[in-house]
Design a protein around this ligand. Structure first.
Ligand SMILES: *Cc1c(COP(=O)(O)O)cnc(C)c1O
Length: 487
């Protein structure tokens, strides 16, 4: 069969848009509440979109984690789940799928991506170690710090530019990597971590050439390379689109080559295979044995690792579907459409479009809000109030405080609007674009946020805030003046 994806379909006279290459057969009703109810819901949630109840959410763009649409074949596979504490046939199907797609022999199931990070960090990081990487992910960094490690971000100089045409902003800077080895010595480098489609800096991919270069430095120093493959499908898709050598390659072969450079691959299958759970895999028996006992202690027996057998079945099918262009291209092509539509009218979004979501630059959007008043969090709250769209703050609220109790200001303040795979339609995407445009035209009405309750660990999940001043009232009044009775 020929490869196809929605972005390769050309329109004759209509606007060039991505086309859904699937049909929708199971649907879930959504509610768009009136603005006063949305405002009340936001207040009840402490101006933290994590604390909203989905009955008040219209388009849930919080995350792609565990929210991608499942396929008919995934759901069908769940009926053959083999419930057994040990030796389940479901596990062997997962093991085969991971071997086929990632090319790694030893496969350990875990209950989700951060569980893999827990095990890897406990086993391979000792106090005083450093872990160089393209960029951290929230849970990754916490696990590494708890185990005495220090995260070193060695992204390229272009990585944090909001507006850019650089195709691979997720690359590791090779000179900086060499400098890390020169400064700390190989014995203090626990491993080098590469995150596919760097989550926190706009879902930006790295290139295959960069992986090869990183691998070479790792080999010269006898250091492991660990690949966070949670968003590897989309990274592979962008390698195919943006790296000329791979223009005609199959996603499957790209995935295989990427994983081939890594000594260890871990993943959240909440993302990579549109189900729940996750895993760690490697070809090294030695590495496997080092982790196996913790797997049993923290997650469960080696053939379920904290996952249900139904999830394991769906993971196995989802793994193969990650090699399918029609599955993997859907979210990036919708993101590209949204990003380009917003960019075209001068709204500051991260370009080029990446994986996972459309990332709005809050400091460019509302420059009047100082970073100490959390512009990305304020923008997330404002957008929800005017649209029922739930995005996620990826800025200083998602950061931490230093030892003196001061905020460590994030490199970038982003409002991320996630596009889970095959969940939203193009008309919903157009609604998102429209409401963001309205908010941009009324951006001077948006103010900042301050803490009401601030948890010490991963505060962005459970923390509660409130607006500085009464800006939300002005925003609501303007919305009503412009939209009347409309939702
Ligand atoms: C989501 C994510 C994780 C953590 O996975 P969970 O399943 O949410 O625990 C780790 N790394 C990256 C890059 C992620 O996107």
């Amino acid at each position: 069969m020929t490869n196809q994806n929605s972005t390769t379909i050309k329109f004759y006279k209509e606007e060039q848009i991505p086309v859904e290459l699937h049909k929708v057969r199971v649907v879930q009703k959504l509610f768009l509440r009136p603005i006063d109810e949305r405002a009340k819901a936001m207040e009840a949630a402490g101006f933290n979109t994590f604390l909203l109840d989905t009955s008040n959410v219209f388009l849930d763009m919080l995350t792609d984690s565990g929210t991608n649409a499942m396929s008919d074949n995934q759901i069908a596979s769940m009926h053959q789940a083999d419930d057994a504490y040990a030796g389940s046939q479901s596990f062997y199907r997962m093991e085969k799928a991971v071997r086929d797609v990632f090319g790694k022999h030893y496969v350990m199931p875990v209950h989700q991506g951060r569980a893999a990070e827990n095990i890897i960090s406990q086993v391979f990081i000792k106090k005083g170690d450093v872990i160089p990487m393209n960029y951290h992910f929230t849970t990754t960094k916490e696990h590494m710090m708890i185990n005495g490690g220090t995260v070193l971000e060695i992204y390229t100089d272009k990585a944090l530019n909001i507006k850019s045409s650089e195709p691979f902003k997720g690359n590791i800077d090779i000179d900086k990597l060499k400098a890390v080895f020169a400064e700390y010595g190989a014995e203090r480098v626990a491993f080098v971590r590469m995150e596919a489609s760097t989550n926190l800096i706009g879902g930006q991919p790295f290139s295959m050439q960069n992986m090869r270069d990183v691998k070479k430095v790792c080999d010269e120093n006898g250091t492991m390379m660990v690949l966070d493959a949670s968003l590897i499908g989309e990274n592979a898709y962008m390698i195919k689109k943006r790296e000329p050598e791979f223009a005609n390659a199959q996603i499957k072969d790209i995935l295989n080559e990427m994983c081939g450079y890594a000594d260890m691959v871990y993943f959240s299958s909440r993302k990579v295979s549109s189900t729940r759970g996750g895993g760690i895999c490697t070809n090294s028996k030695d590495l496997y044995l080092k982790m196996r006992d913790l797997l049993v202690l923290f997650e469960g027996f080696t053939t379920y690792g904290g996952m249900s057998t139904r999830e394991i079945e769906a993971l196995a099918v989802g793994m193969y579907e990650t090699c399918d262009d029609t599955v993997i291209s859907q979210s990036p092509s919708f993101i590209e459409y949204a990003v380009n539509s917003l960019d075209a009218v001068g709204i500051p979004v991260i370009t080029p479009a990446g994986a996972l979501g459309c990332h709005i630059d809050a400091m460019g959007f509302i420059p009047q809000v100082p970073q100490q008043q959390y512009p990305a969090g304020a923008l997330a709250a404002a957008l929800f109030i005017v649209s029922g769209i739930r995005g996620m703050e990826r800025g200083t609220i998602s950061s931490i405080r230093d030892e003196n109790g001061n905020d460590i200001l994030a490199d970038v303040e982003l409002l991320r609007l996630a596009f889970p795979r095959r969940v939203f339609t193009l008309s919903q995407t157009k609604f998102v674009i429209d409401r963001v445009k309205w908010l941009y035209d009324n951006r001077e009405l948006i103010g900042g946020l301050e803490w009401v309750e601030e948890p010490p660990l991963l505060r962005f999940f459970m923390g509660r805030l409130k607006p500085v001043g009464n800006w939300t009232e002005k925003l609501i009044a303007k919305f009503k003046a412009d939209f009347g009775d409309s939702l």
